[in-house]
Design a protein around this ligand. Structure first.
Ligand SMILES: Cc1cc2nc3c(=O)[nH]c(=O)nc-3n(C[C@H](O)[C@H](O)[C@H](O)COP(=O)(O)OP(=O)(O)OC[C@H]3O[C@@H](n4cnc5c(N)ncnc54)[C@H](O)[C@@H]3O)c2cc1C
Length: 327
């Protein structure tokens, strides 16, 4: 513990002003190695107080679990002048049911999402949360942090894309706006200064879901490819998203429609192995396509071996994910 730290109550929220030059201790008790890091840490109790703190300090950066943010600080990529910690905001740490949807707080930890009661609700998201990082990262890392970091390897992201989830963004003056997660991930819409991700709205589909991830190593690791697949029996749909192979999750829409048309939705819902394999190949070819043929009519280029390997991995993950969802 940094001996020079002190905590001061300020108006409606608590502010901890920390001078951590000696030890480099950062937010949320995480140790940073950034030399001469000196910053103000504000710890609001509500989403609107957090927005107000960010609006009052435009240079401040929000921090939830700190697993991504502190890694960036430690790597010297970020020197935040001030931090607004989201860890005390109880309204965003749980979830509730709302009109056939689940409203998930941005502060839900990956560990909490991996528990059986959450898995009964949204099995695909629970599987992704369980697959993300080692236990200490899952204990601190949050859904909101995973979304805002938007890393290609973010494990919850393909599931949210397949579920067609939306995010509810809190802004100044108590403002709220709701946008598709995919818009945020694609950069079609951005968080404005002072805005925070408050909640994630996910439809409750009451049907099997699967998330599978390849890491290229044993034990926890970042995805080299991942596949999320959800069944939507009410709309007779199969929705699939492939993660880690591009900057954002990819939806193979034609493959989804093709395979949904093969399923006997009122019957057994099974598919022959050849159809599962064809679906895997369809998904993989859509996400990792062959190079475009040269305009001069010469011999078309072939995919490099690494891309071919990745395509085979995606095909296997998609085939298995569909097989699991239909079994
Ligand atoms: C060793 C290690 C292994 C990891 N392995 C995986 C893995 O396998 N899979 C995976 O998906 N991730 C992995 N991660 C990444 C990380 O744990 C996740 O992305 C995590 O979900 C981030 O959440 P956080 O609360 O820690 O985010 P933070 O680090 O607190 O924040 C991340 C970013 O989001 C912003 N932010 C946070 N919350 C909000 C909000 N509510 N509104 C607006 N902005 C916000 C912050 O300002 C920051 O820019 C790993 C990280 C580490 C260190």
């Amino acid at each position: 513990m940094c001996q020079s730290c002190h905590v001061r109550a300020v108006s409606t929220y608590r502010t901890a002003e920390r001078n951590c030059r000696d030890t480099g201790e950062g937010a949320a008790g995480l140790t940073t190695h950034a030399p001469h890091a000196s910053h103000t840490v504000t710890l609001p109790d509500s989403l609107d107080e957090a927005v107000a703190a960010l609006t009052a300090m435009p240079a401040a950066v929000p921090v939830a679990g700190g697993t991504d943010l502190m890694a960036a600080v430690n790597a010297g990529l970020l020197r935040p002048a001030a931090l607004v910690g989201l860890g005390r905001i109880s309204e965003i740490r749980g979830w509730q049911y709302l009109d056939g949807h689940a409203l998930l707080g941005a502060g839900l930890t990956l560990a909490r999402m991996g528990r059986p009661d959450f898995a009964a609700l949204i099995p695909g998201l629970a599987a992704a949360a369980r697959a993300a990082g080692p236990p200490q990262v899952r204990n601190a890392g949050t859904l909101g942090g995973n979304i805002v970091t938007s890393a290609p390897t973010g494990d919850t992201l393909p599931v949210l894309a397949a579920l067609e989830a939306t995010v509810i963004i809190a802004g100044p003056g108590g403002g709220r706006r709701e946008i598709p997660v995919s818009h945020l991930l694609a950069g079609r819409e951005m968080l404005s200064p002072g805005e925070l991700v408050g909640f994630v709205r996910v439809p409750l589909l009451h049907a099997p879901q699967a998330f599978l991830k390849a890491t290229g190593r044993t034990g926890p690791g970042r995805a080299t490819a991942s596949v999320a697949l959800v069944l939507d029996p009410a709309r007779r749909g199969v929705r699939c998203a492939v993660g880690a192979v591009a900057a954002m999750p990819l939806r193979p829409l034609e493959a989804e429609q093709w395979v949904a048309s093969l399923i006997d939705w009122d019957g057994e819902r099974g598919l022959v192995p050849e159809a599962l394999t064809a679906f895997g190949d369809y998904v993989a070819a859509a996400c990792i396509p062959d190079p475009a043929p040269p305009e001069d009519g010469s011999e078309p280029a072939t995919l490099p071996p690494a891309a071919l390997h990745l395509r085979r991995t995606v095909a296997a993950l998609a085939r298995r994910a569909l097989g699991r969802a239909l079994s």
